[in-house]
Write a protein that binds this ligand. Structure first.
Ligand SMILES: [Ca+2]
Length: 395
């Protein structure tokens, strides 16, 4: 049963639509329980970039241009006090489970290609919960949560389909991935098979093409969809096509020039994804979340200015992430949120939006922040009681 937004709607407000942005096309029925007409939960598009720094998005930066991201953020809610982990694997494990990395066992560093480790089997994942809620779930891009056994693969951890790379620092064209200099391999996978012969195309373009295909073939009105677009951009090795570097040709720092081009390609990708969302009938009932996985590496052209530190550190530059939410379903849009938010919050938030219930889940670290995002409410977290039950309320 869908209870996501309705739960936070003011009581006795039949005169005001629960879903103000959709009232024109689909008016709610006027009497009694019928007013709470059950609707399809929203389509969820989660775009995660890799190593994008605080200063690496148009609305923060003076040298990088991201008109699409800027507009989506301006029309949605910009998250200016949002935290992630300083590295890929810990951050991604938190996103998938709603738990701090100390609880996923992935607190140390990234999972290296030869390391027999992965996201623990016993932890339920966000896409598994969304599948339970009736979603069609898809992942495109970088996994980096281990693959040493088949049960570690994205398709065994809640995704109906998967297309992407299982490791990090993969080449954007050849999909070659190395663990030191002694061991290299081809890392582009479709489902549980190696996607031989699919390389050669720049990954952000290849992944966008896949997302577009998923959106074009799925029936938006029949079933809610969750797509985790986990771009390998803007992580090194930076090899953007030359045409994207040209607009930044006057930038003195050559690394930064390439980096800016890689960010611009992400901007274009998000433009194409949102265009497809509109074209294929998803947009009006969608939630788009954009987030980095950790701070930038300045030695690779990224910038976390004005924050101190970088990727791999617990300074603000390593863990304060760029992020925003864009959705026609947000009640209070076009604003900047300075609420203290965390990457573990997406799990309970999205499960609730999907109509699921997290109240019985033990050990969750994240909180449902939809009322914070949508209605600008404040989440007050209580002191843990001796029974370790968590208390929280929205004011
Ligand atoms: Ca990363």
């Amino acid at each position: 049963e869908f209870s996501g937004w309705a739960q936070h709607a003011p009581l006795g407000s039949e005169k005001r639509s629960l879903f103000p942005n959709q009232v024109e096309s689909e008016p709610l029925q006027s009497k009694g329980a019928a007013a709470f007409k059950r609707r399809q939960p929203p389509h969820i598009i989660f775009i995660l970039t890799d190593d994008q720094g605080f200063n690496d998005i148009g609305y923060h930066s003076t040298d990088i241009r991201t008109p699409t991201l800027d507009k989506l953020a301006a029309d949605g809610v910009r998250l200016e006090n949002y935290y992630v982990q300083p590295l890929c694997t810990p951050s991604r494990s938190q996103l998938m489970t709603g738990r701090y990395q100390i609880h996923t066992g992935l607190q140390h560093s990234i999972i290296r290609p030869r390391q027999p480790s992965c996201l623990p089997q016993g932890l339920v994942t966000l896409p598994q919960r969304l599948q339970q809620a009736g979603y069609s779930t898809h992942m495109v891009g970088k996994w980096h949560l281990g693959f040493y056994r088949r049960h570690c693969l994205p398709t065994r951890r809640g995704f109906h389909t998967y297309f992407g790379s299982l490791t990090g620092s993969v080449d954007y064209y050849t999909y070659g991935s190395c663990d030191g200099k002694s061991l290299c391999g081809y890392d582009l996978h479709d489902g549980e098979s190696v996607a031989w012969g699919r390389g050669g195309k720049y990954s952000t373009h290849l992944y966008t093409q896949r997302v577009r295909k998923i959106l074009a073939t799925h029936q938006a009105s029949q079933q809610p969809i969750f797509i985790f677009v986990s771009l390998q951009a803007v992580h090194a090795p930076l090899k953007p096509p030359k045409s994207y570097i040209y607009p930044y040709r006057r930038m003195a720092n050559v690394l930064r020039r390439k980096y800016a081009a890689v960010v611009s390609i992400v901007d274009e990708a998000v433009h194409n994804i949102t265009y497809a969302l509109r074209r294929y009938g998803y947009y009006r009932n969608s939630v788009i979340i954009y987030s980095t996985d950790n701070g930038a590496q300045p030695f690779m052209g990224g910038s976390n200015w004005p924050l101190r530190g970088c990727k791999g550190t617990y300074w603000e530059g390593g863990i304060r992430g760029v992020a925003f939410v864009h959705s026609p379903l947000l009640r209070h849009k076009r604003r900047v949120s300075r609420a203290l938010l965390h990457i573990t919050d997406w799990y309970p938030t999205l499960v609730r939006l999907a109509g699921g219930d997290v109240s019985q889940e033990q050990g969750l670290d994240g909180y449902d922040i939809w009322p914070v995002l949508s209605e600008d409410r404040i989440l007050v977290i209580g002191v843990m009681s001796p029974s370790k039950t968590r208390s929280s309320q929205y004011v």
